[in-house]
Write a protein that binds this ligand. Structure first.
Ligand code: SAM
Ligand code: SF4
Length: 354
């Protein structure tokens, strides 16, 4: 688990070194290996999507948020424990000050081979500025959230966003060579007339597309029952105009993929409500305050900030991570219907980054 070069910052010297011993795997009580860490690097965002945040959000005081150096140490401890994939999310990860320092720093684990993938989920507003730097740091793929191609609707969904800014960001990502996947939350009465258009656009631009069911997380001052649209309905609508065949593509995540014959692109469905995907869960989620959530849909969590700050050595931290993984629950039980219109968990999606 330890590398000879663990403290080295010179990637060129450390690139070919192998671990001294085989890495122990993080395995939960249901025999699922934990190989994927998602990190919300900030709870702040430059947008306020109606299904994600209330308009008047109170954000964390900066004093509670881990420094970038602390986030690097935490992520690196997980990498040492066998995590192979890191996704930075938020809030909006690219609004965090100096975020590229962290991306470059984590990129060293790609160079050593300890990490298979370093990636981000972003709303795209800052990508025109950062796309090339992300590629230079080793990022190869990015998920961009975009629920509509209609400028007025985009502004309504995000409460004040500008679609052109995001489309410019997406174009910059494409020009820099990033593989782009578009994530769209299916919202009844909002973007349910745009599925065909989004499939065509993704086909023309060469992007995969994934639809997501809205999840009952955090008070948002909107009625989720009004927003919620089961993806079984979305799929039925889409199948009227497109030929979908089962794809064996998998990212080890919750999406179920189909190939679209007419465009040659993939279409994913993430269905936390209509089809529970927990049995193959390989991930845990870290907040920007160092709280580890073992399940997106449960409240149980472990504070990793205290053991992180208690010692410069990682022993306490690693013990706390093992203890937390030992408590990973079997799954979530999200429900949205007339009797269950309150959030399943109190925190917003932006706390754990989706
Ligand atoms: N700001 C970035 C973005 O929008 O991509 C990263 C964070 S955002 C919380 C991550 C993903 O969660 C986005 O694709 C967003 O659409 C999705 N999301 C947020 N709230 C959600 C909810 N209540 N149900 C389903 N998806 C949600
Ligand atoms: Fe911000 Fe992403 Fe949440 Fe929208 S979905 S408010 S862009 S964190």
């Amino acid at each position: 688990m330890y590398y000879i070069h663990a403290m080295s910052t010179d990637i060129s010297q450390s690139a070919n070194l192998e671990p001294l011993t085989a890495k122990p795997q993080l395995v939960d009580p249901f025999a699922r290996a934990i190989s994927y860490l998602r990190v919300s690097v900030t709870d702040r965002c430059d947008l306020r999507c109606v299904y994600c945040m209330a308009e008047d959000m109170t954000f964390l005081p900066k004093s509670e948020v881990l420094s970038l150096e602390e986030l690097d140490r935490l992520c690196s401890a997980f990498v040492d424990l066998g995590v192979r994939k890191l996704r930075l999310s938020g809030g909006e990860p690219l609004v965090r000050k100096n975020i590229m320092w962290l991306v470059r720093r984590l990129g060293r684990h790609l160079d050593t081979g300890a990490l298979d993938e370093l990636t981000l989920t972003s709303n795209g507003t800052q990508l025109a500025r950062y796309a090339q730097e992300l590629v230079d740091a080793g990022v190869r793929r990015i998920n961009i959230s975009l629920d509509t191609l209609d400028p007025a609707k985009f502004t309504a969904i995000t409460r004040w966003g500008n679609l052109d800014q995001v489309l410019d960001g997406i174009a910059a990502a494409r020009a820099a060579g990033l593989a782009v996947k578009i994530n769209a939350v299916a919202l009844r009465g909002v973007n349910d007339d745009e599925f065909d258009r989004m499939i065509s656009w993704c086909g023309e631009t060469g992007f995969d597309l994934t639809f997501i069911e809205v999840m009952p997380m955090g008070e948002i001052g909107e009625q989720r029952l009004d927003q919620y649209m089961p993806l079984s309905m979305v799929r039925a609508e889409i199948s009227k105009n497109w030929t979908l065949t089962d794809s064996d593509h998998t990212t080890g995540g919750p999406a179920r993929y189909f190939d679209i014959a007419e465009t040659g692109q993939r279409l994913g469905f993430i269905t936390p409500l209509t089809h529970n995907f927990c049995e193959s869960c390989n991930r845990v989620r870290l907040t920007c305050t160092g709280t580890l959530f073992m399940c997106l849909g449960q409240d149980d969590a472990t504070d990793l900030r205290a053991p992180l700050r208690a010692s410069e050595e990682d022993g306490l931290l690693i013990d706390a991570i093992h203890e937390a993984i030992g408590r990973k629950p079997k799954g979530h039980d999200f429900v949205i219907d007339r009797r269950h219109n309150a959030p399943a968990v109190g925190r917003h999606m932006s706390v754990t980054g989706g």
